[in-house]
Design a protein around this ligand. Structure first.
Ligand SMILES: CC(C)(COP(=O)(O)OP(=O)(O)OC[C@H]1O[C@@H](n2cnc3c(N)ncnc32)[C@H](O)[C@@H]1OP(=O)(O)O)[C@@H](O)C(=O)NCCC(=O)NCCS
Length: 225
């Protein structure tokens, strides 16, 4: 299997809720705007269903937190399917999901607006990465920031750390260079071979990236919804 990614705009189609289980519906109901959550989890279920032939409503997901060990939050896994790895990401407008059997996987989508804050560099970047943004302004700057952030978060979702690891400790390649993890400076155990790819969403206002923990060659297939 390749790394199979599906992307979609957030939808208000009420039929999406029919795909979700009771836990997901309860979690959706706790949000002021449940639509991104519902869209993303329905997207992930449909993607895995299409890749495995299993009814999307019969899939069971578990979560496990790498930091505290609880099953109430953390990286998602498919129950009883240890060879398949999944990840999901969503914001106000877009949702993305990925499935692969190549290794632990993480995906992240970022709205350019979410990268529009003072202090982005000090929160997010290692000193070696600061020059990446030196000559950029306007939307080019926001797009470069969003891409760097998406690459880092995809890596941290693949490892399961999430933002428990400071993203400035995860050094990635320049936005105009092929995506790569250049250096792991965090004190947490480094992930080993890590392949990172940018995900072409076909739109200017978001950036996305995927990371897979494997030394095997990775083919990424993007299915845009
Ligand atoms: C993972 C994280 C970076 C995602 O943040 P985000 O940008 O707000 O959200 P995204 O839409 O990109 O991704 C959300 C999905 O990431 C997944 N996720 C959550 N924690 C994860 C982790 N540690 N590793 C990998 N994936 C994780 C979940 O599937 C989640 O979706 P869900 O909550 O609807 O089930 C952030 O939630 C985080 O850092 N969480 C970990 C915090 C933590 O572990 N604290 C210690 C608790 S003891």
């Amino acid at each position: 299997m390749a790394v199979v990614i599906r992307t979609t705009e957030v939808s208000d189609d009420p039929r999406l809720r029919d795909l979700l289980d009771a836990t997901e519906l309860e979690r959706a109901g706790r949000r002021p705007n449940p639509l991104p959550f519902v869209t993303a989890h329905a997207l992930l279920r449909r993607l895995v269903a299409d890749e495995t032939g299993i009814d999307p409503r019969r899939l069971e997901f578990e979560r496990r937190c790498a930091t505290c060990g609880t099953d109430r939050h953390g990286k998602p896994h498919l129950s009883g399917m240890r060879d398949l790895h999944v990840s999901v990401s969503y914001g106000e407008h877009m949702a993305v999901a990925v499935v692969t059997n190549l290794g632990e996987v993480g995906i992240d989508v970022e709205d350019l607006e979410s990268a529009d804050f003072d202090g982005f560099g000090s929160v997010t970047l290692d000193a070696s990465e600061t020059p990446y943004l030196a000559d950029l302004d306007g939307d080019d700057l926001l797009a470069a920031r969003a891409l760097l952030w998406a690459r880092k978060e995809a890596i941290l979702k693949a490892t399961g750390h999430g933002l428990v690891v400071d993203p400035s400790q995860v050094v990635v390649s320049a936005p105009d260079a092929p995506a790569a993890l250049l250096e792991w400076k965090a004190r947490e155990h480094p992930p080993g071979p890590t392949q990172v790819s940018d995900v072409d969403l076909g739109r200017d206002d978001h950036r996305a990236a995927v990371a897979v923990l494997t030394s095997r060659p990775v083919t990424v297939r993007v299915q845009r919804g």
